[in-house]
Write a protein that binds this ligand. Structure first.
Ligand SMILES: [Fe+2]
Ligand SMILES: [Fe+2]
Length: 214
């Protein structure tokens, strides 16, 4: 296998793992799914990680492999215990089978294992793990976080919805996400996080005005 093959393989595998759960949450009448939250999340983490790599450098193989493997034990919304540890274990045991450069496997496993580690706990030497950490959290900020909030609603059918409730949730979500802005490892991530939060703030502000009838 060459370099492209390992990426093709782990991408296809994540598409399958996530689709199996997505068909239960977002079913179409013909047995497919009309949305796949986790796959969209990982694709966005890849976009953010590639952007960040351009800005701060780093080993692309390690970062992109870690992106596609970090949430393989959290295929949709449920938060299983130790999903980072399980994924890191998979990396150590199976990533070599895909043709991925063996000398980089430890670094992938480390980044995957630490992707939900406490704020500011990664040393500077763990550059690629820091890139994944920032990209994974950046993805949760901005207007797309609102899209996610609405898109995952079918998973919680017991939660009654109306515009007022949606705006209340959007406000809470914004307050929670705002706290992350200063906690990213890289200054460019903080900058991008602030932009996304500002856009989200404008959006929530306008929704509140509309609902208040002013
Ligand atoms: Fe995760
Ligand atoms: Fe993630």
């Amino acid at each position: 296998m060459n370099n492209e093959d390992w990426l093709f393989h782990i991408r296809k595998e994540l598409e399958k793992i996530t689709r199996n759960v997505a068909v239960e949450i977002w079913p179409t009448p013909d047995g497919k799914c009309y949305f796949n939250y986790r796959l969209e999340h990982v694709r966005q983490v890849e976009r953010d990680a590639r952007w960040l790599l351009q800005a701060v450098g780093g080993d692309e193989d390690i970062v992109i492999a870690a992106v596609w493997l970090h949430d393989r034990y959290q295929p949709q919304l449920a938060k299983p215990d130790h999903h980072s540890l399980l994924a890191a274990e998979w990396v150590r045991e199976h990533l070599a089978e895909t043709g991925f450069p063996v000398e980089k496997i430890d670094a992938v496993a480390y980044a995957v294992e630490k992707h939900s580690s406490p704020i500011n706990s990664l040393p500077e030497s763990a550059h690629e793990a820091r890139v994944l950490w920032d990209a994974d959290k950046l993805t949760k900020l901005g207007p797309l976080s609102f899209v996610n909030m609405v898109a995952v609603m079918p998973a919680y059918p017991e939660h009654a919805m109306n515009y007022g409730e949606i705006v209340r949730m959007a406000k809470d979500e914004l307050a929670r996400r705002k706290e992350l802005v200063d906690l990213f490892y890289f200054p460019v991530s903080r900058e991008r996080a602030a932009q996304r939060i500002a856009a989200q703030e404008t959006f929530v502000h306008q929704m509140r005005k509309d609902l208040a009838g002013v």
